[in-house]
Design a protein around this ligand. Structure first.
Ligand SMILES: C[S@@+](CC[C@H](N)C(=O)[O-])C[C@H]1O[C@@H](n2cnc3c(N)ncnc32)[C@H](O)[C@@H]1O
Length: 229
């Protein structure tokens, strides 16, 4: 009993110190600014590396600020956002099919002196996310920014939403794109999600309750105008 109490107190102190360091513009905040300044190119487009797919700097800063110490996190897609999770010390799982991107992110983290705390799952998210053993649960944060073709963002949400804690945050990037906007507007209407923030190209939702079962359509606000609701 005493040992458990001491362990809890130590963990609390560690988290408290990490938060204070972050507030005071500690090492993590400096590394984040260095990343934004470097603006590294991780993605291959038409035979050359680009950084134009990266999440916007202020949105990356916002994501960093939302991550609790030792956050448990999952993202679909990879890039500068992955480095942000690494800098924040998250226990992070990154799902995407391009091993080259993972390697470039890994090497950049080494150059920054950031600990290797990212678990890369090199596979398309629609194949990897249903594999319960590969994707952790009890998540604090989920970022959906992988394949953008319909219905990929919805598939990503479908498999990650139940693994997000109540109170956890779901970020949907490129929410204005029609294939992504379907998910964004569905979440805006439902009781289980609260729109926290829209920043640049990304919308942020807090999970308020477990999602409803897929078995029935009644109770889902998306169907409110349908006869028999
Ligand atoms: C817009 S970029 C992500 C940008 C990243 N969040 C950043 O801040 O740099 C889209 C990502 O989705 C990945 N991707 C493409 N197809 C995918 C799939 N089927 N499953 C998961 N990720 C995929 C790409 O490899 C790329 O990393």
């Amino acid at each position: 009993m005493l040992r458990t109490l001491k362990k809890t107190a130590r963990r609390f102190l560690r988290q408290h110190r990490a938060l204070k360091a972050r507030e005071a513009g500690g090492a993590g905040a400096m590394l984040l600014e260095r990343l934004l300044q470097d603006n590294p190119r991780f993605h291959m487009q038409d035979g050359s590396l680009t950084n134009s797919w990266s999440i916007q700097p202020d949105t990356l800063r916002y994501i960093y600020g939302l991550l609790p110490p030792e956050a448990k996190t999952v993202e679909t897609g990879c890039g500068q956002s992955t480095v942000v999770f690494a800098i924040a010390g998250a226990r992070h799982t990154c799902v995407m099919p391009d091993a080259g991107e993972a390697e470039r992110v890994r090497q950049y983290c080494v150059r920054l002196g950031v600990a290797n705390n990212v678990n890369f799952v090199i596979a398309s998210s629609d194949k990897a996310l249903p594999d319960v053993a590969r994707i952790p649960s009890d998540l604090d944060f989920v970022l959906i920014d992988g394949a953008h073709g319909f219905p990929a963002p919805i598939i990503d949400w479908h498999y990650t939403a139940p693994k997000l804690k109540v109170g956890g945050v779901l970020a949907v990037d490129d929410y204005r794109m029609p294939s992504v906007h379907t998910l964004h507007s569905f979440l805006c209407g439902e009781d289980e999600w609260e729109l926290m923030m829209v920043l640049q190209n990304t919308s942020f939702f807090r999970k308020l309750q477990e999602p409803k079962s897929l078995v029935d359509w009644r109770g889902q606000k998306i169907n409110v105008d349908y006869p028999g609701y």
